[in-house]
Each structure stands twice: as C-alpha cells, then as structure tokens.
Ligand binder design. Structure first.
Ligand SMILES: [Zn+2]
Length: 349
C-alpha cells in the first residue's frame, strides 16, 4: 500500500478545517521555561520523585527531554501554561529523543518511553486546558535534527566523510516517530532543519510509521536559516528547500529559530511564494545577548510576527528560543484580526 492511499487521521481533518478559518497558534520555547526552574543534576535524575528506569553513568543535567520521565508534572505545567496562553498546538519535549542525540547521555534505551510519555504528558496538559475553556488542542510530536549531518562532513580535512548515514537516521527517526504516535501525537513536527537530507530521512520514517499505523498524520516541516546569505546549513534557498520536501505533501512548511522575526521575514516571503502547503513560522525572541539569553519583549516579538500575518504569509505562528507564554499570548492577540494565508490550489495535497 502507498502512503498517500492511507486515510487521513481525524486530527488531520479537524486541523485542515480550523486552518481555513483562522491562523493557528503554536507554543513557545520549552527550554526557556525549563531554565527558570533551576534544576540540578539530582532533579534531572528525578531522585526523590520519579526516577528514570534506565541506567546511565553520564551526567544528565541539560538533558531536557529526560524531564518527561523524571519531572513530568513540571513539563505538563509548561505545556498547560502555553495552552492557556493561546496555543492551539503544543510541541512535545522530545527535540533530542532519538538514539543518536541521546547517545550523548548514554540513554539510547529510553528513547521509546521518552517519545510515548512525551506525547502523553502533552496530551494531559491539553485535555486539562480544553476542560476549562472548551477549545480543541493538538499535540505535535517534535522531531529535532539530531546533532549529526548526513550531507556535510564535520571534518574539514575529509570532505567525503559522514558522521551519520541516511539509513541510520531513518532507523533512529522511525523509533522516535513510532513512540510519538504510540503516545497519541496528532501531528509530527520535523523542525530546526539545517540539513535537508536529515529531514528527508525523517519524512521517509514518517511514511513507514504511518503505513504501520494505518493512517496518515499531518506532517509539519520547518527549516532554519542561520546566515545572511539566506540559505540553510546544507546550502539551500527557501525555494530549493520547498522542492526538496514537497513530496511529503506536508500540512505545513516553514521556518523556525535562527535570527528572530525581522531576519526571517524575507526568507518566509520567498517560501510562502512557492509553497503549495500551509505555511508556519516560529522565530526566536530576537537575537541572543552576550550571555546567550533572549530578551526581546513579548510585545516586540508579537508586533514583528503580526507583519507576517498582515502580509498574508502564514497559517501557523508561534515562538522558538526565548519565547515564553507571555510571548505566545501577545502573538495570538496580534494575529487574531488577520485571515490565514490562502493555500495555493494543488491537485496532489
Ligand atoms: Zn530556536
């Protein structure tokens, strides 16, 4: 059976309908909220509360995804705060929950649980929020780029060398995506893509997982452009990036992270001009300061994101690094008066 002959999931239909009516709101940065908790090594390991069933001798401080298992109440509260600030879609705290990324912490064995529980924790928070205000909400299973690139050599003296292969990525992403689906994710969000070949492996893994699951979930695909030439790390313009991923028939294509909303705008304009899917944008809260912190005020970020909406570029907006529930609340208020971008008519989506 072919991936595209699978029925679409219920959430897919509901999201498509809602996106025709208004601009959808995505959440903000999980990492920024986790930092404010000031957790130490013990807290990351969960001593005294929930403990991780998987053993590792490596330090775990900084392994934010592990908090799904060791501090689930804290993670759930952050999701809930974003939902109540106006997020229709929240991302699971699973950006690094692949065997490839968790190898840094020797917690490869925990990958399935991280993803399945990551989706469940987010679902619980969404259900609590919906019980209060009746608004439907969706869980996006977050799939990060991993810390290795399939199309670029990390060794300047050996340009042919690759730290990871397509198949290694496909297998690692497949494990992650199966976990995210098992935990009840409504969408799969492949984000912060700096190497398009990595993203292609994640897309392929989605197709394989959907076939097993028996239905097709919406896929969101988000690249990141970090330099002034307007290209991804693997060298693509926004137009080339769209053509590399359009075979996935994504629910959204877009940009996140990088240099903040101002610097993102010309690249988003280009992408919105070619994309035959919905368009999503979630920039950082401006540029980091000398200490690596983001201090753009919610109203400032929101005013910049409002321009995306005013120019008819977007269907989904939210925030990346440095954005808090206050940023998301301000963004939601600022874009509310604007109609969503019109999707270009296409036969194959
Ligand atoms: Zn970011």
């Amino acid at each position: 059976m072919h991936n595209f002959s699978l029925p679409k999931s219920k959430a897919f239909e509901a999201l498509t309908r809602t996106a025709q009516e208004r601009i959808l709101i995505l959440d903000g940065a999980m990492g920024t909220q986790i930092q404010t908790l000031g957790l130490d090594e013990e807290a990351f390991r969960g001593h005294g509360g929930h403990t991780c069933a998987y053993h590792s001798d490596h330090p775990q401080k900084g392994n934010n995804d592990l908090l799904i298992l060791t501090q689930p109440e804290a993670v759930e509260q952050i999701h809930y705060d974003f939902a109540m600030a106006g997020a229709d879609i929240v991302e699971t705290n699973t950006f690094s929950s692949t065997t490839i990324a968790q190898a840094d912490y020797a917690l490869e064995d925990a990958v399935h649980d991280l993803n399945a529980e990551g989706a469940r924790v987010a679902r619980r928070a969404m259900d609590r929020a919906t019980a209060e205000d009746g608004k439907p909400r969706w869980v996006a299973g977050a799939v990060g780029p991993t810390n290795r690139t399939a199309s670029i050599s990390p060794d300047v003296n050996d340009p042919g060398y690759r730290a990871v292969t397509f198949d290694e990525l496909r297998i690692a992403y497949g494990q992650q995506i199966r976990g995210l689906i098992a935990g009840g994710s409504d969408l799969i969000l492949i984000e912060t893509i700096f190497d398009t070949l990595n993203a292609k492996a994640a897309i392929f893994a989605c197709f394989e997982a959907f076939l097993e699951h028996g239905e097709r979930l919406p896929i969101m695909i988000s690249g990141t452009i970090t330099d002034a030439s307007g290209r991804t790390l693997s060298g693509q313009t926004p137009t080339a990036f769209w053509h590399s991923v359009r075979h996935a028939r994504p629910f959204t294509v877009g940009l996140n992270c990088a240099l903040g909303a101002d610097a993102m705008r010309p690249h988003l304009t280009e992408l919105a001009g070619v994309a035959e899917s919905l368009v999503c944008a979630y920039p950082n809260a401006g540029l980091p300061n000398a200490f690596g912190q983001y201090d753009e005020e919610p109203e400032d970020t929101a005013a910049k994101v409002e321009i995306f909406a005013k120019e008819g570029l977007v269907n989904v907006v939210g925030g990346c690094c440095g954005t808090t529930p206050e940023h998301i609340r301000a963004i939601a208020e600022h874009v509310a008066p604007y109609a969503p971008r019109q999707i270009r008519e296409t036969a194959n989506v």
